[in-house]
Design a protein around this ligand. Structure first.
Ligand SMILES: Cc1cc2nc3c(=O)[nH]c(=O)nc-3n(C[C@H](O)[C@H](O)[C@H](O)COP(=O)(O)OP(=O)(O)OC[C@H]3O[C@@H](n4cnc5c(N)ncnc54)[C@H](O)[C@@H]3O)c2cc1C
Length: 306
């Protein structure tokens, strides 16, 4: 039976958060600066995360995951973002897709994808946006046409986080472009990279949030088995994707808290480039000590100088 402690977390939650925090301190913080500036994919970190079971955190235990709830997941994302925000991007689309499969997948799809996703053997991406549309999701043009036991997919997707290294991409397509409203003709296909005609054609360069890849994705006569239609029913894709991006929002919101925590730990303020030991820095520390408390990103207060 789980016991609660005064921060509202169970001992199990505290243990897993402590494990992640330790990992972040040892494996991420020492190299994050270098990887961010070189825009290098964190191959080693991701490999260790797979070994430690990070890719199964929010996947149910029956599928080999840890079955953590969304509160714990949010705390974990905070810890990771405290080390380097880009790593939260590596897992974000993975857990969005895990939610999709757990919530809407057929039994066969759950059995086929979830155990592999829990170990990280399968790394998932999530793709709605296209060159012509982002917010206006119903304007997508990517088509999937049923042909015997397959869907033949053609179209171009944009801004696909983990677009290159992912194994499976939950892809929003139009299975019927004539419906009104348009979302009734939209479906989600769990597109596997192993089928020819699906490639990450271009990396998109960003101002920040580096290391994690963001790509264009091209489908050219790409044949996916009909068994990869999420839930086995056409016309449900829009609602499925909209439900799943809530998981993504938890991840993204947690990033803000984690980055703010790190800035607080380092005592950074916007525009501050002064080195430790600088008289202005020293004066500020004196001010904080006198005031006895400093605002904390979680809304609490830390006593004394830091
Ligand atoms: C780093 C990064 C990673 C991403 N990763 C993914 C991913 O993995 N998968 C994926 O599918 N997408 C991804 N995206 C795309 C992202 O989801 C889109 O950028 C987002 O949906 C917004 O679309 P847009 O950029 O085309 O902006 P637009 O839709 O053109 O919006 C531009 C502005 O106009 C406003 N606006 C839009 N429509 C209206 C309206 N009707 N009324 C009033 N205001 C409006 C918006 O609020 C916004 O401020 C990513 C984007 C970035 C930058």
């Amino acid at each position: 039976m789980a016991t609660t402690v005064d921060d509202g977390l169970t001992t199990e939650q505290r243990d897993v958060i402590a494990l992640v925090r330790d990992f972040v301190d040892r494996e991420i913080i020492p190299v994050a600066h270098h990887l961010e500036y070189d825009d290098t994919y964190p191959e080693q970190i991701v490999g260790k995360m797979k070994e430690l079971g990070f890719f199964g955190f929010a996947i149910d235990e029956q599928w080999g995951g840890a079955g953590l709830n969304m509160e714990t997941y949010a705390r974990i994302c905070e810890e990771i973002a405290r080390g380097w925000m880009s790593i939260t991007g590596v897992i974000n689309t993975h857990f969005i897709v895990a939610f999709l499969v757990q919530q809407f997948g057929t039994d066969e799809q759950k059995q086929r994808f979830l155990p592999r996703m829990a170990t990280g053997e399968y790394h998932a991406a999530f793709s709605m946006s296209e060159p012509n549309c982002g917010s206006d999701v119903q304007a997508i043009r990517t088509r999937a046409v049923r042909d015997d036991g397959f869907y033949v997919i053609d179209g171009t997707k944009m801004w696909v986080t983990n677009g290159e290294r992912s194994t499976v991409v939950a892809t929003l397509v139009k299975t019927d472009p004539t419906t009104r409203p348009a979302h009734k003709g939209m479906s989600c296909i769990l597109a596997e990279k192993k089928y020819p005609g699906l490639s990450a054609s271009k990396h998109i360069h960003k101002l920040g949030y580096k290391g994690v890849e963001t790509t264009e994705l091209v489908f050219e006569n790409n044949r996916q088995p009909a068994a990869n239609l999420l839930g086995g029913v056409e016309g449900k894709g829009f609602q499925q994707m909209m439900a799943a991006i809530e998981v993504g929002r938890i991840n993204v919101a947690s990033r803000g808290v984690g980055v703010a925590q790190r800035a607080f730990e380092l005592d950074l303020r916007p525009g501050d480039r002064r080195a430790p030991g600088d008289p202005v820095q020293a004066r500020r520390h004196g001010d904080q000590a006198r005031s006895g408390a400093a605002a904390h990103p979680e809304g609490g207060a830390h006593q004394g100088p830091r």
